[in-house]
Design a protein around this ligand. Structure first.
Ligand code: BGC
Length: 740
């Protein structure tokens, strides 16, 4: 920066600051007046640092591009030292000294790792989810980061798709509430604080509906489904003030989402009034060439920028071609200005123009990671995220006095896979608490036997005999098995949903050797697994997902009854891969299976499998039992301007205190377009001591019953609605009201 420009910039900036207080738009305008077209384009360019790798390696000369003013943001660059060195180049060696933005995939924790997002969703605890993202923001910002590429708010109904692990599951209402919780946690109430970071709603849009569950695959869906199912969590994120969006890899009805004007400009900007900026996914603008939508990289840059992708992640196409595209009149300079303005606005909001080094503080970095309170919160969240799928004869919880317990399986001592995919900078060695370590809080070493038995994927059975030997000596057997962390997440689609490798065979052998013994299966995995065989082979199944840094401690808390499980599934677990995609709020069809004659011919069924899943949406057991009684409605009619109260008395009728997730469902019986058989419209997580009862009340308005009709109007229609309050989605409606 020459002294002259530096001075001009400072004067404008300082004057702007004093005179205009928080009027960031005016500050951006003042700054943009000083910028050349190339400098504006520079702001739209993002490259990767080398602290992590989250896509194909593309060699870039980062310091050179920064120095030339050809880079506005970086991903995979963090730590105080790392970001300081790079920021210094941007601030001190470029003409205008515009600070860089540092972003990273802080998806379910930065250092302290929480359960994978699908797991956290199963807690149905919005406050906890917000706390997890608050802690993530604390740790990430202390290492120089300004921005996370989270939350992933893609609805996913196909467990073959590995990225189902990163979202909140299959339900529109729940995923929308969770999207808001994440955004609030990351961004806090004031982005200029040094411990708040920009959130990013991704992947816009439809990515979760990839054909056949294969990652990056084609998506075709009608606009009704797009608007009623896939868009609402993104809209919820906008309503919560999310500052950034990420476009996706997939095409949507023939148009790649990174070049899709309809979704990016018409819906996001025009309809929703989104004021933040959109970043592409990793080289997703370039990939429009392979999609067969852009001729070459120049064409891809033109399409991406015109469609409303403001920043090019790793593609180099904006850096290389935007200037010439503007000069040739193929991209209006006003569009580039708009993209640059949106990006600069975020930098102003973060306070980077007040102090570009504000996130750079060695002391804070050292003090912030793995704070004891973060770890205890991670333990609490991991326990709340676990789902007790089965507990025959109440074999769980176990007694601490049990003479000997055999722990068997490749994940018993694991502190690597337990963090799950996208575990940011969570240490995969020496930090996470394995299940084995966790149970040592409850048992003495002489009560424990251990055998690995086999690997997750290899087919070497040489460890079977030791596992079977110790299983025979034990009073109780605990199997800790599942997927490797790399088996879910990006580019990790599966066609087989069973527990991988020879683990199922080992379970079978252990049962054969111990026909009458209690066997408990603790499962770690990133997607719904087909447990059709295991439900018959073991007594209890505890789904702990990939539970994170404190996962082993939390699992032990549940096994020994210090925590009464309360998680409930937010995705359906199928009986077999042929049922997929399967989800609770499906349509009825014209030939549903009659309740009174399940085998009737010419109905919408399979000849080789029931329609019903193995475990339904909303399912999750507790060590106690809950009774639902006295359902009441304040009225049997609801007018457009009125409210309807639905309540039920929930009682804890078992022997443990515990949490219960109480769920409200409706069914719009007749619509101008068909409506799902059940729709979640509310939930409350309540705590009941044994013997205690509570009245749980939900308030509904006509607004809650709206949907997009065939003209794509967001509307509500008169008629009859069934309604129920239930412990899961497995119930039959008995009550209804009329919307007048
Ligand atoms: C993923 C995104 C991620 C980005 C940056 C991509 O491959 O699809 O979810 O944010 O990489 O790491």
């Amino acid at each position: 920066m020459t002294l002259k420009t530096k001075l001009t910039y400072s004067i404008i900036f300082v004057f702007g600051h004093v005179a205009l207080a928080q009027n960031y738009e005016a500050k951006v305008d003042s700054l943009m007046k000083l910028m050349t077209l190339q400098e504006k384009i520079g702001q739209t360019v993002m490259y990767s640092g080398s602290w992590d790798q989250t896509g194909p390696i593309v060699g870039t000369d980062n310091a050179k591009y920064i120095r030339e003013g050809n880079m506005g943001a970086m991903l995979n660059a963090f730590t105080v030292k790392g970001t300081y060195d790079l920021q210094k180049v941007a601030v001190e060696e470029t003409r205008l000294g515009i600070p860089l933005l540092f972003g990273y995939d802080v998806i379910h924790g930065h250092r302290t790792i929480f359960p994978i997002n699908l797991g956290m969703a199963a807690s149905w605890d919005l406050k906890m989810i917000e706390e997890s993202s608050r802690i993530s923001a604390e740790e990430a910002s202390a290492e120089g980061l300004h921005w996370t590429f989270s939350p992933m708010v893609d609805i996913a109904r196909d467990p073959r798709w590995g990225r189902i692990s990163e979202g909140s599951g299959e339900d529109v209402y729940l995923a929308s509430q969770i999207a808001k919780a994440y955004v609030k946690g990351y961004q806090g109430d004031d982005l200029s604080k040094h411990n708040t970071i920009l959130a990013c709603a991704k992947h816009f849009v439809g990515y979760g509906a990839a054909q056949a569950g294969r990652d990056y695959h084609t998506v075709n869906m009608g606009e009704g489904e797009l608007r009623n199912v896939y868009l609402p969590p993104f809209k919820a994120a906008v309503d919560a003030g999310v500052e950034t969006f990420m476009s996706a890899f997939n095409e949507l009805n023939g148009v790649p989402t990174s070049g899709n004007k309809f979704t990016l400009r018409d819906i996001l900007q025009e309809e929703w009034g989104f004021k933040g900026f959109v970043v592409s996914d990793y080289t997703s603008i370039n990939e429009m060439i392979l999609h067969g939508f852009a001729k070459d990289s120049t064409d891809a840059a033109r399409i991406g920028m015109n469609a409303g992708v403001d920043m090019d992640m790793m593609g180099s196409v904006y850096r290389k071609h935007l200037k010439e595209l503007v000069e040739e009149g193929k991209v209006d300079e006003a569009i580039v200005n708009d993209a640059c303005r949106r990006i600069l606005l975020a930098k102003f909001k973060l306070g980077l123009f007040d102090d570009p080094y504000r996130y750079i503080d060695e002391k804070r970095e050292a003090e912030t990671k793995y704070k004891p309170e973060f770890l205890s919160k991670a333990r609490e969240i991991a326990a709340a995220s676990s789902v007790l799928l089965q507990n025959k004869n109440n074999v769980l919880p176990l007694s601490k006095e049990t003479k000997s317990i055999a722990f068997i399986g490749p994940l018993v001592k694991d502190e690597y896979d337990i963090l799950g995919n996208w575990a940011a900078k969570g240490d995969r060695k020496g930090k996470a608490v394995s299940v084995f370590e966790g149970v040592l809080e409850y048992l003495k070493p002489n009560q424990i036997m251990y055998a690995k038995g086999c690997d997750i994927l290899k087919d070497d059975e040489s460890g079977f005999s030791e596992a079977i030997t110790i299983s025979k000596k034990a009073d109780v057997i605990v199997l800790v098995m599942g997927e490797g962390h790399h088996m879910s997440g990006e580019a990790a689609s599966r066609t087989n949903l069973k527990i991988p490798g020879i683990q199922p065979k080992l379970i079978q052998k252990i049962r054969e050797a111990n026909p009458d013994k209690k066997i408990i299966l603790v499962l770690m995995n990133g997607r719904p697994i087909n447990l059709s065989d295991e439900v018959n082979l073991v007594d209890a199944i505890l789904e702990v997902w990939f539970p994170g840094t404190m996962g082993g401690a939390a699992t032990a808390d549940i096994l020994f009854g210090a925590y009464n499980p309360s998680g409930k599934l937010t995705v359906t677990f199928p009986r077999n891969v042929g049922q997929v995609p399967i989800y609770y709020n499906m349509k009825n069809t014209g030939r549903p299976i009659p309740d009174n004659n399940p085998t009737e011919d010419y109905k919408s069924n399979y000849i080789d499998s029931p329609n019903s899943p193995l475990f339904v949406f909303g399912h999750g057991l507790s060590y106690t039992t809950f009774k639902y009684a006295d359902f009441t409605l304040s009225s049997h009619t609801l007018s457009f301007s009125d409210t309807l109260k639905a309540s039920v008395v929930v009682s804890n009728t078992g022997g443990f205190d515990g949490y219960e997730v109480v769920q409200l469902y409706i069914h719009d019986k007749v619509g101008s377009v068909t409506r799902p058989v059940k729709e979640l419209k509310g939930f409350q997580k309540i705590f009941l001591k044994k013997g205690e009862s509570k009245t749980v009340t939900f308030i509904l308005t006509a607004e809650d019953l709206k949907f997009y009709n065939s003209e794509m109007n967001y509307t509500v229609e008169h008629g009859e609605f069934e309604i129920a309050i239930a412990p899961s989605s497995d119930f039959k409606f008995k009550n209804s009201f009329i919307l007048e």
